[in-house]
Design a protein around this ligand. Structure first.
Ligand code: ADP
Ligand code: MG
Length: 334
C-alpha cells in the first residue's frame, strides 16, 4: 500500500508491519524508508489494484484534460511515472535501496505550461512518496543571489528551507551563471544547490526551467549540475490552432464564450499578437481574455437595458477588437 520510501504525514500503513519506528523519535524520511518491511520473493504486486498507482493515474488524467496539446510533454511525464512506479515496486521487494535522482529541467518559452506541469509533477512525486509535500516553491535569481558578500548563502539556504520536502522550481536558471563576471555570486548559489542535489537522501527535487538554448549553455558550462539532472522535458511553442483551443478551454473554465464574430476577431488578434515582442503563448491568451472581459464589463454596464445570462457569458467582437494590438497594426499598415 502506501508504505515505502519516505516519510509521509498521512502514511499509516507502516503501523502494523513496522513496529520498530513507533518507539523511536519522529523518523527522518530516510529512517522511515529503511524500516519498511520487504515483500517476500514470491509475493505479487498488482499495480492495477495499487492505490498509489491510481493516484498517479489521476494526476496524469488531470494533466491530460487541463492542458491542450503538449503530447510529447505528457508522454515524458507518463514515462517518468512508469519508471518511478516500477522503482517503487522494486523497492518494496528490496531490489533497490537508493533514491532515484529526480531533478529535472523543463525547457521552453514563456507560457508553454512549465509551471503547471511542475505542480502536477510535485503531486505525482508526493503520491509516490518521493516528496513530503505536493508543493512547488518558485524562485528566480533575485531570490537566491544576495547584493553583497556574505548575503548569498543565507538567501539560498532560506529558499532551500522553504522548498524542503517539495519542489524547488528555478525559473530562468541560467541567470545564475554569468561567465563574463567571475566574481558573480550566482556561482555560490550553484555550488550550494549542487551540494543539496547530491544528497543521497535528500527530500528536495529541483526543477530548472527556461529557454532551451540558454539552458543548454548553462548545463554545458556546469557539468556537475547537469549530471544530477537526468530528466529533461521540452515544451514547444503552441501552434495558432492550439492557442485557439486554449482560449476556448480558459473561457469554458470561467463560464464565458466567444460569439461567432468574437472568435474570428480573436483569431486575427492572435495572428497579430504572435508577431509582436514578448509573446508568451498561453499566458498571452489568458491576459488577452482578461482584458476582453474588462471591455465586456464596461460595455455591459453602459447598456440601457436589462442584462440577460447570454449577455453575461458572451464576449463579442467589440470586446476583442478594442485591443491596442489592432490599433497599432492599422497604424503600421498606414
Ligand atoms: N496547454 C495548455 N492548455 C491550457 N492552458 C495552458 C496550457 N499551457 C499553459 N496554460 C495556461 O497558461 C498560463 C501560463 O502557463 P504556465 O504553466 O505558467 O507557463 P510557463 O511556466 O511555461 O511560463 C497558465 O494560466 C496555464 O494554466
Ligand atoms: Mg512559469
Amino acid at each position: 500500500m502506501s508504505g515505502f520510501g519516505y516519510y509521509r504525514p498521512d502514511a499509516q500503513a507502516a503501523g502494523d508491519a513496522a513496529p520498530t519506528t513507533s518507539a523511536q523519535e519522529q523518523p527522518t524520511p530516510e529512517e522511515a524508508g529503511d524500516e519498511e518491511p520487504t515483500l517476500p520473493p514470491d509475493a505479487e504486486l498488482d499495480l492495477a489494484a495499487d492505490e498509489v498507482a491510481a493516484k498517479v493515474e489521476e494526476v496524469l488524467a488531470t494533466l491530460d484534460v487541463e492542458l491542450v496539446g503538449l503530447a510529447p510533454v505528457k508522454r515524458r511525464v507518463r514515462e517518468i511515472a512508469s519508471l518511478l512506479l516500477v522503482d517503487r515496486a522494486r523497492r518494496q521487494f528490496g531490489l533497490t535501496t537508493s533514491r532515484p535522482t529526480l531533478h529535472m529541467s523543463f525547457t521552453g518559452g514563456p507560457g508553454t505550461g512549465k509551471t503547471t506541469v511542475a505542480l502536477r509533477m510535485a503531486e505525482m512525486l508526493h503520491a509516490l512518496g518521493y516528496l513530503r509535500v505536493p508543493r512547488v516553491h518558485t524562485v528566480t535569481r533575485d531570490d537566491l543571489v544576495g547584493q553583497f558578500i556574505g548575503h548569498t548563502a543565507p538567501k539560498t539556504k532560506e529558499a532551500l528551507a522553504k522548498a524542503a520536502g517539495g519542489v524547488l522550481f528555478i525559473d530562468e536558471a541560467y541567470y545564475l551563471f554569468r561567465p563574463e563576471n567571475e566574481r558573480d555570486y550566482g556561482q555560490e548559489v550553484i555550488e550550494i544547490l549542487l551540494t543539496e542535489m547530491e544528497k543521497e537522501r535528500g527530500d528536495l527535487v529541483v526543477i530548472f526551467a527556461g529557454y532551451p538554448d540558454r539552458m543548454a549553455t548553462f548545463f554545458g558550462a556546469n557539468p556537475g549540475l547537469s549530471s544530477r539532472v537526468p530528466h529533461h522535458i521540452a515544451f514547444e511553442d503552441y501552434t495558432h490552432e492550439e492557442l485557439m483551443q486554449i482560449a476556448d478551454l480558459m473561457l469554458l473554465g470561467e463560464s464565458f464564450r466567444f460569439d461567432e464574430e468574437a472568435r474570428a476577431a480573436f483569431d486575427s488578434y492572435l495572428t497579430l499578437r504572435q508577431q509582436r515582442p514578448n509573446f508568451s503563448n498561453a499566458r498571452s491568451v489568458r491576459n488577452a481574455i482578461e482584458r476582453s472581459r474588462l471591455r465586456q464589463a464596461r460595455r455591459l454596464v453602459e447598456l440601457s437595458r436589462p442584462l440577460t445570462r447570454d449577455d453575461l457569458v458572451t464576449l463579442t467582437a467589440a470586446d476583442i477588437r478594442g485591443s491596442s494590438v489592432f490599433a497599432e497594426a492599422s497604424q503600421m499598415s498606414g
